[in-house]
Design a protein. Structure first.
Ligand code: BDR
Ligand code: CA
Length: 311
């Protein structure tokens, strides 16, 4: 299995991404989960990550708390999407498993230095603060990474938090800039892909029909999160953003995109956090990212439902 660190700000869709990873031990070995401030403040994301591990029956997974705010600006949160706790919808018990004492950034650095070069993939599902901090503190780890597969950004679908920017990149554009300039090969799941992975009523019913604690909880999570997208966008259901990352690790063939140059806007007030992807190769800037554009949504939901049934 591929060794990964999940960096996350749960978030219902983060939660489903984590469940999918933990349900797929043949393909994915989760070395640890690092929490970052994003959808809700750090204390809640670190708590939610542990709630999700316990829901998966995996209290042994190591969860670390990382940065509580972006590198250079005030934290912007998204309770308007995810609810007050970040995991509104199902009623889940408080976690019993402990938070690890080590800082998430140090866990990332130590793990990459300990594991063989090319063995570990980073999977960021929130703002890139922890990852950028780790790269700044220990630049040597960049060469040791197998790569990064992240959810963030947008091209044709542009913004969901401002007209120009996607939430994860907008919250910490400085961190995103560091990561996209790091030289590490990045696979990006932007809104262009995730807005095609919609939890329609039939797909939600399929989660619920699993009848398990996990199946029902995922149905309740995606129900809650769906309200926002239905009202706001008239969409067919909630976009399941972050699970695209973990699904890609299992079934890369479900996704297609282009290898392009991506740069992050860090100065303009109007377009802060915009992912400027050279989709048509109109510059000679070196491609630094596999920017995905499409997903086989039925294949994605079949995989997800089949895997959730294992938990
Ligand atoms: C991203 O922002 C968060 O609200 C979601 O968890 C996802 O990671 C989508 O823009
Ligand atoms: Ca997220």
């Amino acid at each position: 299995p591929r060794k990964i660190i999940i960096d996350t700000d749960p978030g219902q869709d983060d939660a489903v991404a984590i469940l999918l990873a933990l349900a797929s031990p043949d393909e994915i070995e989760v070395l640890g989960i690092t929490a970052v401030a994003g959808n809700v403040p750090l204390a809640l994301t670190a708590r939610n990550a542990r709630i999700v591990c316990e829901l998966a029956g995996r209290p042994d997974v190591k969860v670390f708390a990382g940065c509580d705010r972006p590198l250079g600006r005030k934290l912007v949160t998204a309770e308007h999407v995810h609810g007050k706790t970040g995991l509104n919808g199902p009623v889940l018990p408080d976690p019993v498993m402990p938070l690890q004492p080590q800082h998430a950034v140090d866990f990332i650095i130590d793990t990459l230095r300990r594991e063989a070069p090319g063995a570990v993939t980073l999977c960021p599902l929130g703002p890139l603060t922890n990852i950028a901090m780790a790269f700044e503190k220990a630049p040597d780890i960049c060469d040791r990474l197998a790569g990064i597969v992240l959810m963030g950004g947008a091209y044709f679908e542009v913004g969901n938090i401002t007209p120009a920017a996607e939430f994860n990149i907008y919250v910490d554009p400085q961190a995103a800039d560091i990561v996209f300039r790091s030289g590490v090969e990045i696979t990006v799941m932007p809104l262009d892909v995730t807005h095609k992975a919609l939890v329609t009523p039939a797909r939600n019913a399929a989660f619920r029909a699993l009848g398990s604690r996990v199946g029902v909880a995922v149905a309740e999570m995606t129900d809650f999160f769906e309200r926002f997208d239905k009202e706001k966008y008239g969409s067919d259901g909630a976009p399941l953003h972050d699970p695209c990352v973990t699904a890609y690790l299992i079934r890369p063939d479900l996704f297609s995109g282009r290898h392009v140059n991506v740069e992050i806007e860090t100065r303009s007030e109007l377009t802060l956090g915009m992912t400027v992807a050279d989709w048509w190769h109109v510059t000679d800037r070196t491609p630094n990212a596999m920017f995905m554009g499409d997903v086989d949504a039925d294949g994605f939901f079949d995989l997800l439902t089949e895997r959730l049934a294992r938990l």
